[in-house]
Design a protein around this ligand. Structure first.
Ligand code: FAD
Length: 676
């Protein structure tokens, strides 16, 4: 081997660049942010690691829209994409827009607007003084560069810039630290009938490939390889085969930077209007998880109790949700903006992110012109610009060839307590949610309904009480557990035809974590002692035990029962822990996971989720730790290493380089501090 004659030298004084507005990332949000800022008169420098703009839509293989609200600068881009599409695909022969058409159009719009695009480069470190970012270190093929600017737009998808500047953020869901599943998409050609002839049609393949820490380089590489390897199958035909593998991994979720306002599921469910509205968002609670015992209590209630997973939800986008709470000159124009994990499942679609991209670009340019902080940008002027571009247009129902649009979403807004009470007990109804949210007006009526002769009404009422942490719910919930009450009637959805419907008894086990007292331990023990329990029944019981132990001072006999539950849960091997990641929670044999037939075999070993819940419960009860926890600290999956580090009290594993080498952001680890 030749001797290394040119050691790597990091220059003491890297070349400096200046701009009015720096946009980190020219993906879904950043591309339009840069164009909007430049058109508004700012000198814009855009930094992008990929060789093209467009992010997930252009490089992640997700070339169609799923809800979100149309309007604004994105319409101009989409119209231009329509015009160049015939160069890439005959009309009617591709799902949504062509990803290469988007690359071309965005590149052209960036160039026309005068944005200085530096591709092949990446923001790796940020210098902040107090609440202001002053400069950023960028790696480029020509070596490191330092950029100075008065205004910064974080469109990295992961919130790299804001986190590096010291903004706090949440990181993964509360129960087990997992992010929304990632995808490694492809284009697939299938035969389609068009005007009486069979023609090739390109559709996107978007399946859940597993879980990854989006900020860990080695974990990202592991995940990407696993995603790609799913395509090594021999079941293709000429009329049904992948054509290309998307160059970028599909990360649905990453950090959520703490912003001046954090959008919530309640905002969306109740169609909230904001005085600082910069547009609208709308979709449904599109969470791909099935194991809701690991989600927040409200999420569990929304899906398992109210059965509202697919219900349309919508609200205004407040300007504050794109301003990091800790920083004065940074705007978030990506999925890392100010949404809670629950709200993220709806407010994350490409149209949403393109909308906040446009807003961030306009606002940053205004801030530079006025010399003011992000929060002091004159809202009237910002709104005027957004009205002019069409971003604030009132929704109108339209057909859209690039995918569905949530214009015309209707949600219940009237506070009709009597009407909601009358709806209680239906298979699926938002009334249950509204009653939960209006305790001051319906507490007595709901409490009375726990004694209703209708088991469904009484169960729904008990779940609402449980959300209020009212112990009057407990008896009804315990009864559901002991009787193995499933609650299904007639032809309604059951676990074997919906992976988000579960029986009452399992819902009850989870709701007891809100309101249970030591009285429920007997029912939990009875269930825990059954042999052959599937993973999610065990994890639900362990999570409830932990909550009880953390909330209550247990008498010695209750503590002994709780310890017996934990031991019983680990007595025999966990069924269904290894398998498709969208496993059915009850291991229903007929359940078909989502995904094209040749990628249906994506599998993960989820035993760690069980061991994590047991470890947390043991810690809460003061029981000794299981030795298996140590092994998880060297797990190849970064998330698993990280969550077990919090259990065992150690530092997160330092085996892997993080994407952001100098990250100084402090994650709020919900795992360390609370049950879901
Ligand atoms: C698998 C999948 C399926 C989806 N399905 C749909 C769908 O059907 N319809 C729909 O409307 N939405 C869908 N979404 C949601 C939507 O596509 C994303 O939420 C949205 O595109 C995210 O946009 P973004 O700008 O935050 O991220 P991205 O588009 O990923 O852009 C981030 C950009 O930042 C760059 N970058 C990263 N780090 C740095 C750094 N340190 N410095 C500089 N640049 C950096 C990246 O290279 C990238 O170009 C899906 C998402 C995924 C992942």
């Amino acid at each position: 081997m030749d001797a290394i004659t040119r050691p790597i030298v990091v220059p003491d004084a890297p070349e400096r660049l200046h701009a009015d507005v720096v946009v980190a990332g020219t993906g879904t949000g950043g591309g339009l942010a840069a164009i909007a800022a430049a058109r508004a008169g700012a000198d814009v420098l855009a930094i992008e690691p990929l060789p093209f703009a467009g992010g997930i839509g252009a490089g992640g293989g997700i070339h169609w829209y799923y809800y979100g609200v149309k309007g604004g600068l994105q319409e101009e881009m989409d119209e231009r994409i329509r015009q160049v599409m015939p160069l890439f695909s005959p009309p009617g022969q591709i799902q949504g827009f062509h990803p290469d058409a988007k690359k071309c159009v965005l590149g052209d719009m960036l160039r026309e607007s005068g944005v200085r695009l530096v591709s092949g480069s990446m923001v790796v470190a940020v210098r902040a003084s107090g609440r202001c970012v002053e400069s950023a270190m960028v790696t480029t093929p020509a070596g490191p560069r330092v950029i100075n600017a008065p205004a910064w737009i974080d469109a990295t998808g992961d919130g790299d810039l804001a986190a590096s500047a010291g903004a706090t953020y949440s990181f993964g869901r509360s129960g087990d630290g997992l992010f929304h599943a990632y995808s490694q998409s492809t284009g697939m050609v299938i035969a389609k009938e068009l005007k009486g002839a069979s023609v090739p049609f390109m559709r996107l393949v978007n399946f859940d490939a597993g879980y990854v820490d989006p900020t860990d380089c080695e974990d990202l590489s592991r995940a990407r390889t696993e995603g790609i390897l799913q395509y090594l199958r021999d079941r293709y035909t000429d009329d049904d085969r992948p054509t290309y593998i998307a160059p970028a991994i599909g990360l649905r979720q990453s950090r959520h930077i703490d912003c001046a306002y954090m959008l919530t599921l309640a905002d969306l469910a109740e169609r909230r209007a904001f005085a600082d509205s910069v547009g609208a968002t709308g979709a449904h609670y599109d969470n791909h998880a099935t194991d809701y015992e690991f989600e927040s209590d409200e999420s569990l209630f929304w899906v398992w109790v109210c059965r509202q997973w697919s219900a349309p939800i919508a609200c205004d986008i407040p300007y504050r949700m794109i301003i990091p709470a800790a920083l004065d000159n940074v705007w978030m124009a990506c999925r890392a903006a100010g949404v809670t994990t629950d709200a993220h499942h709806s407010m994350r679609m490409q149209r949403d992110i393109q909308r906040i991209g446009e807003v961030a670009g306009e606002a940053a340019a205004l801030a530079v012109r006025h010399g003011c902080a992000a929060a002091a940008v004159p809202y009237a002027q910002l709104r005027e610009r957004l009205v002019a571009s069409g971003a604030m247009s009132p929704p109108t129902k339209v057909d859209d060839d690039f995918g569905p649009d949530s214009h015309g979403v209707e949600t219940r807004t009237e506070e009709d307590i009597r009407g909601w009470l009358a709806e209680l007990g239906r298979e699926s109804t938002i009334a249950t949610w509204h009653l939960y949210r209006h305790r001051e007006r319906c507490e007595a009526a709901v409490a009375e309904l726990v004694a209703s002769p209708s088991p469904r009404v009484s169960f729904a009422a008990a779940c609402i009480l449980a959300m209020w942490r009212d112990p009057r719910a407990e008896e009804r919930l315990i009864a559901a557990v002991i009787a193995r009450e499933d609650g299904f009637e007639g032809a309604e959805k059951r676990p074997d035809n919906s992976n988000r419907v579960v029986p009452f008894w399992l819902v009850a086990i989870s709701m007891l974590r809100r309101c249970g007292t030591p009285r429920c331990l007997g029912a939990l023990l009875q269930t825990a002692c059954e042999s052959g329990l599937v993973l999610n029944v065990r994890t639900a019981i362990a999570i409830t035990c932990r909550a009880l132990a953390e909330r209550t001072v247990l008498e010695a006999s209750d503590r002994a029962t709780a310890e017996e539950i934990i031991r019983a849960l680990g007595r025999d091997p966990v069924r269904n822990a290894v398998g498709v990641i969208q496993r059915h929670i009850l291991d229903v044999p007929t359940f078909k996971p989502y995904g094209p037939r040749y990628v249906g075999s994506v599998a993960e070993d989820s035993t760690w989720q069980f061991d994590l819940c047991i470890a947390h419960a043991r810690a809460a009860l003061g029981m000794p730790m299981d030795a298996r926890c140590d092994a998880y600290r060297a797990d190849p999956r970064a998330i698993v290493r990280r969550v077990f580090a919090t259990v065992a009290g150690g530092e997160p594993g330092s085996l892997c380089a993080t994407k952001l080498l100098s990250a100084s952001g402090r994650a709020r680890s919900a795992i360390a501090s609370s049950t879901p």
